[in-house]
Design a protein around this ligand. Sequence first.
Ligand code: ZN
Length: 611
Amino acid sequence: MLFGVSLDGSESHRKFCDSLDLPFPLLADPDGRCARAFGVFADLHGGIAKRSMFVLDEEGVVAYVDESYDLKTDADLEALLAALGPKRAPERDRPDDELFPLAEYRADLATLASDEFEGRGVGTRGERRTVEYLAGKLAEAGFSPANGGSFSQPVPLVSVRKKAPPRLALGEAELRPLDDFVAMSRRQQPRVEAGGELLFAGYGCAAPDQKWDDFKGVDCAGKVLVVLVNDPPLADGRFGGPAMIYYGRWTYKFEEAARRKAAGVLVVHETAPAAYPWEVVRNSWGGEQFDVGRADGGASRCAFEGWITRDAAVAACRAAGRDFDELKAAAARDDFTPTPLGLYAQCVVEQELRPIVSQNVAGILPSADPRRSNEFVLLCAHWDHFGIDPAREGDPIFNGAVDNASGCAGVLALARALGRGPRPARSVVALFVTAEERGLLGSHYYAEHPLVPLESTLAMINLDGMNVWGRTKDLSVVGMGQSSLEELLAEAAAAQGRVLIPDPEPEKGFFYRSDQLNFARKGVPALYVDPGLEFVGKPAGYGEEVRRRYTADHYHKPGDEFDPGWDLAGVIEDLAALHGVVRRVLAGAEWPRWREGSEFRAARPGAAPAR
Ligand SMILES: [Zn+2]
């Protein structure tokens, strides 16, 4: 049985279908055949016209028809089919290993993770080498500079080093820096001293979309807020159930406290809901910090931001004649109201500020279709890692091979595959951002200063940590349920005989912890995948074990090094699946969209319908 599927439902298409007795559904495409056909056709023929129609059978596209064909009879159709060549276009015109030569991927990965790149620290010689390398490879792939004549986008940052350990007193108690608390100030001044009444504000969430408000109109101005990490653990499915959503991230809590003009804000660390031990907080807040350059010098932020240990919070509550666990239990109820602790908190931060200019790297592959050249799919990976820590015994270089030389090599591989293929119907941006490890700063800057309009950036695909441990039967979608990009990925994975699984650790809120967040908050549908769990030819539990070992021994440590023994076949297969998503978006009639219930849906009003 043949079907006519029309992009615009024009009268001439209907007449054509009537003349051949074809059913004429308008994008009625429950199993994605039409989108697949558009993708295949656009790939083979360098784009599709808006007024165009596909004739499909059960297995795929049979013929492409546009206004320039005068098709009135079966014989006309037969002639067109003959002109188009083989009856059915193949799903892929090249096999994976031809599109993604393993040796190229391996060379990029090994080079970026080598000691010569010095751990790709922000503002270092390692940055200069990395930026130069990525720009050169983009040019080789056929991409043009995205920033005027340059592949670089300067990102003004401020390096912040502590001149002395910060001081924090809660009531009578002086807390010990690093052991009991960490604190910094985003006020870009050498000395910040601030204080206020301690106010326990539950989870610090004002979330009308979740029908939740911790603040209940209580004035927070000039107070020092104490808030719990993660989002309220409710049994009714609000706040994503056991999964962490953005309201659970400490970055949100700091932003909300600033909106409420609090003097300071302290997150209470607890290992389970934070998803990492105190050691991680201590390490990441101990050394040099980076912040974006702020036009207001940080005046719109709280004077200080920090974390305290659970023990410090328990002690402060006790001093205030309250019980921490009781307060915490109350904070999980709808009728919670902020509780003043009757203690005064005082914090002093002394810091050395040094402005630096780091770089995002971006290139464009322009579309074949001038009408859609201003519509983009954006591929992203952060290039930075932690550089060199000279104070460290033994190996001082944080090579960041998996995190994120593997993702950079992945974006380069996708860029080359797209550059080698027929010109796409929409444009492609390849973006390598700086300072992800320092708080998603490069992508934040890009989202505020996009090189192509975010309103017509149809999708963002982020690569941060690829699967270097072999082929898998599945692929994990971080933040599953957020956007329609998953459907395209499911299709591409199914063509490989693979399935999608949800993030095995949704409580860690990974969707909110890499660069896709800054695009999602601007409404750009974003996709972020993680390695699968079921490895081909490996025993059950191998995937969990690989993950556990990576987190324990390599993640954010000098041990994240390139291993020549890695089995990169899994990366290639994951890249091929993502390539399938990219091609579908590039050629698709409909724009990707946030799903009903996604907290990012409101940020892209009116962009969902087909254009
Ligand atoms: Zn990373």
